[in-house]
Design a protein around this ligand. Structure first.
Ligand code: MN
Length: 341
């Protein structure tokens, strides 16, 4: 039932995708073992170093998945010329930084094995069990989903479909790690592909990372996408931000001190933090409103974290006593939360 709905969805969504995926040559009979490449040895060592949170049994499973994937990708290479297996290793390493469990790491290592090699779902079930096989299967199917960016509304329904399809959230997480590594290594790919892949990342993966609250991925993917989409604008903007960060240092400190004092005086316990708008969201605002960098007034913000939701309004009251709100600019996202919650 779910499967048939899924295949219909696939057929109805027009072409593209498989983004930064890149398989150079086909396996040759003389394919050398992965571990005979120093670059594979060091990538794998870097992965193992990050797996100290796994127990022995889980570690053994991850190693088994690595060996399986390395054999499956033997003789395949990335655009960079490195053995293909370096990519799944890097994806697993990102997942390890997020402390994902052994099954997710195994799926990360084997995420391209069904697509690019002659590995079947039943091979995976027999060797690694249902759960891991289903994770890999989910990742393979997501890869086959083709996204064609024409309208914002289409991107929205595509995102929804993606989330609905991945019944196990680990599929989405591995997918985000996959995209992160492909974006990090995009310079190895032909320039002609940068724009499409970057646009797809901005419209699909960035909003999903945002909705899941994975801030680091949200920011990094935006940055990498803008960098490859508009290298010159990216450069200009990054310099402008660095300059303004320098200039406003004193102001920011002063505001933090005033806010601190006001809450201390009110006897109200809060946590105060700064938040910087991402480079891409500054860019988007400038582009949408046709304004200059200097006119983006919220590139820096003060974030106040209260113990309960209702405390937010009390905190707001404390703040409004020291800073008067600008009437047309005040918005209540407490009552009307943003889409990311
Ligand atoms: Mn991949």
């Amino acid at each position: 039932m779910v499967l048939s709905r899924y295949s219909k969805a696939v057929n109805s969504v027009p072409h593209i995708s498989n983004a930064a995926k890149h398989v150079g040559t086909h396996p040759t009979p003389a394919a050398k073992p992965a571990m005979s490449y120093p670059v594979v040895v060091s990538a794998y060592a870097a992965l193992l170093e990050k797996l100290d949170y796994l127990n022995e049994a889980d570690l053994a499973l991850v190693e088994e998945a690595f060996e399986f994937a390395a054999a499956a990708h033997a003789g395949q290479f990335r655009s960079s010329g490195d053995p293909y297996i370096t990519h799944p290793i890097a994806v697993a390493e990102i997942c390890a930084e997020w402390k994902l469990d052994a099954q997710a790491l195994m799926a990360a290592l084997m995420h391209d094995a069904m697509e690019d090699c002659d590995v079947t779902h039943s091979d995976l079930v027999a060797k690694f069990g249902d759960t891991v096989a289903d994770l890999v299967d989910g990742l393979t199917k997501l890869d086959k989903l083709q996204f064609d960016s024409r309208e914002e509304s289409q991107a929205e329904s595509f995102r929804k479909m993606l989330l609905a399809m991945a019944r196990d959230v680990r599929v989405i997480l591995v997918k985000l790690a996959d995209r992160t590594h492909n974006m990090r290594t995009m310079s190895d790919m032909p320039r002609s592909k940068w724009a499409r892949i970057s646009t797809e990342t901005l419209e699909i993966h960035v909003p999903i990372a945002n909705r899941l609250g994975i801030n680091r991925v949200f920011r990094e993917l935006q940055d990498l996408a803008l960098q490859h989409l508009h290298p010159w604008r990216y450069d200009t903007l990054i310099k402008a931000i660095a300059r303004s960060r320098n200039r406003r240092k004193d102001v920011v400190q002063k505001i933090h001190a005033e806010v601190d004092a006001a809450f201390a005086k009110a006897g109200f316990k809060i946590r105060i933090a700064g938040r910087e708008k991402t480079l891409y969201s500054i860019y988007k605002k400038m582009d949408a409103k046709h304004i200059s960098f200097a006119q983006v007034t919220d590139s820096y913000g003060v974030r106040i974290v209260t113990p309960t939701l209702i405390d937010c309004y009390t905190a707001l009251g404390v703040l409004h006593q020291i800073f008067r709100p600008v009437p047309s600019k005040f918005r209540d996202f407490i009552a009307n939360p943003k889409s990311n919650g």
